[in-house]
Design a protein around this ligand. Structure first.
Ligand code: NAD
Length: 488
């Protein structure tokens, strides 16, 4: 396991020698002690990224792409190791890290490897005698800050487009889960990324994160995390007029109409809320269901929730692992109390599992709560295996409940009526909508939100635009043009 900071192509200790204890959320044991970056380490990394900037930008785009493609291959070759590392660090079941997180990470680097030499500029049809061409220019050094819920996948979401576009990077993984990002850093060095192009520095938000946001040598900060911290990032970045891209929280509405395929909706909803223990910004955390099918749906759904195999995430048959920290587990469980205070009814779960083998881990049972849509648990992001249930009578009422929160990230709907599907998708206040499915992602499909879920997009061409500025270049190609001052 790599435990040092990656700065300028070298793995080094923090300047003051500080370290972070990284714990295994399954049993609370010490997984690793990782170097803790502080402000001075970030400053060093910005120097390295600045020195690497010109070489990386001038490298032919196809060459940058080739390195990203080689990295994708290296990630696939290292997949078993990376998946286990991610599982031990996050508690995310091995079944998922092996089948989803790591393959998606490789796929994203590969997608942007292919994109590097295909993201092109344009020529503007201006007046005769002039050529006006527009090139997408990299921004320079970009800062990237990620949370702990999908650490390896978010490395690719953030780094791949920024690199393809010709930027260099100072990246801070979350203090709780830095291991896979450091492994990606090792693989980058192995496949030949030049020193300083990517710098990876685990550290705390208030010190290392804040310095990235405030550093005058960083042109843009791309932040994924909570809405509260995102607001602070936007405020702090204003002093240096840094560009800001914010991927924040969510409170996904998942509408089940009376004409839906109930079996498919039950399975899709379970994936939507329980995958990664519900620690997903796009989690299907609010079930909004037609009253005529609520009873049947909930009977099947709670039975499924109770049957989910919760346990050691390293066991390949485990379906739900622990949450990523004890602090977070306690926060999620505190929402059970809030639900009851607000008149909610716990339909299943609502506590840690009884299994003594899991007593030292950060476990919470799959939890379903019937509660008024205005209750705190139905409006605030719980970020755990915790779903609220609300019933409706009319399509308008379903939309009113769905759009009643400040968040607007992902949302889903289940129906066999084509016009109702499109009409509802159009009206949902969200950056992404899934019809008869939930939580699909692809490197080509724009990912991001509206409202307090943030602004800007990861993935696809939108991500390339996030990491470039258009530069318009005017050329006078007609020597016959009359000069403005003929007497000169
Ligand atoms: P968080 O906001 O506490 O931390 C996210 C990252 O920001 C961490 O690396 C942290 O160290 C850093 N940070 C904290 N304070 C900072 C500061 N003052 N300046 C700069 N950086 C700082 O969030 P979290 O608890 O780690 O993650 C969970 C949150 O992330 C949830 O709200 C979730 O919805 C959100 N999230 C959003 C998306 C998305 O794409 N929209 C994806 C995943 C998670």
């Amino acid at each position: 396991m790599q435990t040092k900071l990656l700065i300028g192509g070298e793995f080094v200790d923090a300047l003051d020698g500080a370290t972070i204890d990284v714990l295994d959320p399954h049993d609370g044991s010490l997984l690793a002690q990782v170097a803790e970056a502080k402000e001075a380490d970030i400053d060093r990394a910005v120097v390295a990224a600045t020195e690497a900037k010109a070489g990386w930008r001038r490298m032919p785009a196809a060459e940058r792409g080739r390195l990203l493609l080689k990295l994708a291959d290296a990630i696939e070759a290292d997949a078993a190791n990376l998946a286990l590392l991610e599982t031990r660090d996050t508690g995310h079941p091995l079944r998922d890290t092996s089948n989803l997180d790591v393959p998606r990470t490789a796929a994203t680097f590969r997608y942007f490897g292919g994109m590097a030499d295909k993201f092109q500029g344009s020529v503007v049809p201006v007046e005769a005698g002039f050529l006006d061409y527009v090139t997408p220019e990299p921004l320079g050094v970009v800062g990237q800050i990620v949370p702990w819920n999908f650490p390896v996948m978010f490395c690719s979401w953030k780094m791949a487009p920024a690199l393809a576009a010709g930027n260099t990077i100072v990246m801070k993984p979350a203090e709780l889960t830095p291991m896979s990002a450091l492994r990606i850093g090792e693989l980058m060095a192995e496949v030949g990324f030049p020193p300083g192009v990517v710098n990876i520095l685990p550290g705390y938000g208030a010190t290392a994160g804040q310095r990235i946001v405030e550093h005058p040598g960083i042109a843009k900060v791309s932040f994924t995390g909570s809405t509260a911290v995102g607001k602070n990032v936007a405020r702090s970045a204003a002093d240096t007029l840094k560009q800001v891209h914010l991927e924040l929280g969510g409170k996904g509405a998942n509408i089940v109409f009376e004409d839906a395929n109930i079996a498919a909706a039950v399975g899709g909803t379970a994936f939507g809320i329980f995958h990664n223990q519900g620690q997903a910004c796009i989690a299907a955390s609010r079930l909004i269901i037609h009253e005529s099918v609520a009873e049947e749906f909930l009977e099947r759904f709670t039975a499924l929730a109770r049957s989910i195999k919760v346990g050691d995430p390293k066991d390949p048959t485990t379906e739900m692992g622990p949450l990523t920290s004890t602090l977070h587990r306690d926060r999620v469980l505190s929402y059970v109390e809030k639900a009851i205070e607000d008149g909610g009814q716990i339909l299943t779960g609502g506590k840690a599992p009884d299994d003594p083998a899991l007593a030292n881990g950060c476990y919470v049972e799959p939890t379903v709560v019937s509660v008024d849509p205005s209750a705190r648990v139905a409006c605030e992001e719980v970020f755990g295996p915790f779903m609220t249930v609300h019933t409706f009578r009319t399509d308008a009422e379903a939309l009113e409940i769905a759009n009643s929160v400040d968040y607007g990230l992902g949302g889903g709907l289940w129906t066999n009526n084509l016009s109702r599907a499109h009409a509802t998708a159009r009206e949902l206040r969200a950056g992404m909508v899934w019809i008869n499915s939930y939580k699909r992602v692809n490197p080509g499909s724009p990912f991001g939100g509206v409202g307090v879920s943030g602004y800007g997009r990861e993935m696809g061409f939108e991500a390339m635009r996030e990491y470039t500025e258009p530069k318009a270049i005017w050329v006078n190609i007609d020597a016959q043009l009359p000069p403005f001052y003929p007497r000169g």
